[in-house]
Structures are given as C-alpha cells and as structure tokens.
Design a protein around this ligand. Sequence first.
Ligand SMILES: NC(=O)c1ccc[n+]([C@@H]2O[C@H](COP(=O)([O-])OP(=O)(O)OC[C@H]3O[C@@H](n4cnc5c(N)ncnc54)[C@H](O)[C@@H]3O)[C@@H](O)[C@H]2O)c1
Length: 335
Amino acid sequence: MAEKRYRVGILGCGGIANAHARAILKTGQMDFVAFCDIDEVRAKDFNERYAQGGAKVFTDYRKMFELVEMDIVYICLPPFAHSDEVEIAAKAGVHIFIEKPIALDMETASRMVKACKENKVKSQVGFLSRHGEAVQTVKRMIESSEAGQVGLFIAWYMCNSLHSPWWRDKSKSGGQIVEQIIHTYDIARFLLGEPVSVFCHLDNLFHRHVPDYTSEDVSATSVRFKNGAVATIAGTNGAIPNKWISHWKLVMQNFTVEFENANNATLVQTNLPYTRTLNVNSDKDLFLAETLDLINAIENDVETLCPIDEGAKTLKFVLAVRESGETGKVVTIEQ
Ligand SMILES: NC(=O)c1ccc[n+]([C@@H]2O[C@H](COP(=O)([O-])OP(=O)(O)OC[C@H]3O[C@@H](n4cnc5c(N)ncnc54)[C@H](O)[C@@H]3O)[C@@H](O)[C@H]2O)c1
C-alpha cells in the first residue's frame, strides 16, 4: 500500500518554524499547502524556500483554514499571539502541532484542550526533549520500577542573549521561566510526575537598564511532587554570551543519572554491591521525532508523546512558579 501523504500548513513563519519545515520535508510524506504570517514577506519566503512557491500564502489564519484543506497545521506563533487558532483548526478536523508555551493563561489553554478533545484531532506540543533517547530510556526505567523511587532532580538553564523584543517583554513571552525554562520544568513533570507545591525567587538583576526588558533574568525554584520527590530548578539569562547551557541530574533509588542532553546520559546503578555504569548515546533528530510521532498517532489512533493537555499541565506548573516568584509565597498546584 502506498504511504499516506499529509497536507501541511504553517502558522507563524519565524525562527523555529524553519526547524519544523526541514523536519517535515525529511519525512518524505508531507506536502506544504499553506503558509501564514502577519508579515507576508516571511510567509512568501517560506513558500519559496520549502515549497518552490507551490503553496498558498496568507496573512490571516482564519482565511487560511477557510480556503485551504489541510491535514496538519504547525502553530509556531509567539506566546502572546495565541487566540482561537487551535479551536478553528480543530473544528476543521486539522491535526495540530503547537509550540510551547501553548498560551499565556489557563483559560486559553483549556479552550484549546477542549477543542482538540471534542473534535478528536491529534495534537503534539513542542516539548522535544521528551523524545530524546536518554530521556526515553530513563522514563521506561521509572515506569517499569527498575529505577525505584524517584528522589531528586537538579537542573539549571543558562544563557545570555537579548533574544527578540517580544521575548524580553514579560507581557508577551511570559518571562524566561514561562517561555524558555518551561522545557526543563516539562522534563521534571515527565520524569517525576505531577508537582504539588512550588516556591520561587526571581528577579531582573542584569537587564534593568535595557529598555522594555521586563522578564526575570535569574530564578531559583524548589518543587515538591505528589510522589514525594523534590527538585531544584535554576535559570538565568546572565551567564556566558551565546551559549545555551541546560543541565539535568536525576537521583533515583537504584540509579543516578547525569544528562548531557535529552539524547545522551550516563546512568550509574547504585543498588548493587558494586557500581555499574550505563551510557545512552544517540544522535536522534528530535524535531523529526516529534513529527513522526504525530503521524504515528494519526495513523494508529493513539496519543502522541505530548498531547495538548500535557502542554496545558506544564503551563499551569510554570505559571504557578512565576506566581510564587512574584508574590514571595509558596503556591500549591491543584490537580
Ligand atoms: N521547541 C523549541 O526548542 C523552541 C525554540 C524556539 C522557539 N520556540 C517557540 O516557538 C514559538 C515561536 O518562536 P520563534 O522564535 O519562532 O518566534 P519568531 O518571532 O521568530 O516567529 C514568530 C512568527 O510569528 C509571526 N506572527 C506573530 N503573530 C502572528 C499572527 N497573529 N498570525 C500569524 N503570524 C504571526 C511573526 O511575524 C513571526 O514571523 C514561541 O512560542 C517559542 O517559545 C520553541
């Protein structure tokens, strides 16, 4: 039987959409039918670069969903620009890939989740680290009980870049925790389970002189999880210029894991009379992995690794962290 082909649209033709467009082409079974951006030049540029000018170009996503039939839309909008695009797509029966954070408030996120459920469309949120081979290996060890009780997760995220104007503006990006360190908080949820309470200190210490820089640039968070595990997650945008450093360490009853990144880790087994070291090393393309997982979900009617309700739960987590940082109070997360 011939492989099924998928008609694809991209909404938001900016930086990260390029990574998804390249992965889409790599599958060899997806065809671009539409590109939409409020900046028409960007949408036209994507059309030339990725579809030899053969797709339709829009500046209004409502028109795109009205006029073009598609199977999957990639929503790569900046956080502040989310509104009803998921609801419109889901009603049209279009499956959804959406970048994190899926929204900046829980009301919008809940509407998105409801629309996907009611219209039975598949969804994938861009928490690509979940697809890493090292993360997958550790996840399986936790689920099979081989790892034993999960105890402590220590992580930090460090960069030093002014990023784009919308990124620096907390009202548009949500701030560094909500826009960027959310990847680390999501991995914490993925491996340790649901958080129940958080306490965070945050501040803008390095960028007060930069006009319109309202995001925090240092943060330190302590988390308690439902299963008793604890975590500390720190972040800054004041570290080494042009280096993005993400580090995770996980201590479980039977293994201590040092992640180099989502694909590579060293696992030391600690419940034997001697130690045993296992290495997971992979060069898996995580952008391709999230797209192939979405296709698999559509073809076999199963969930993706990160359906939209997972995106909403991790959003709730980081909004609670930010609230704690802003109020100086411990915030309890209702399940
Ligand atoms: N998964 C990852 O590793 C990763 C990495 C980078 C960015 N992201 C996420 O991807 C999203 C986009 O980030 P980016 O860096 O590509 O941003 P960007 O600013 O480079 O691109 C966003 C694009 O959306 C367009 N846009 C804005 N409002 C629109 C609207 N209403 N309708 C149509 N187009 C609109 C802009 O003109 C721009 O071309 C963000 O949520 C960001 O957090 C994820």
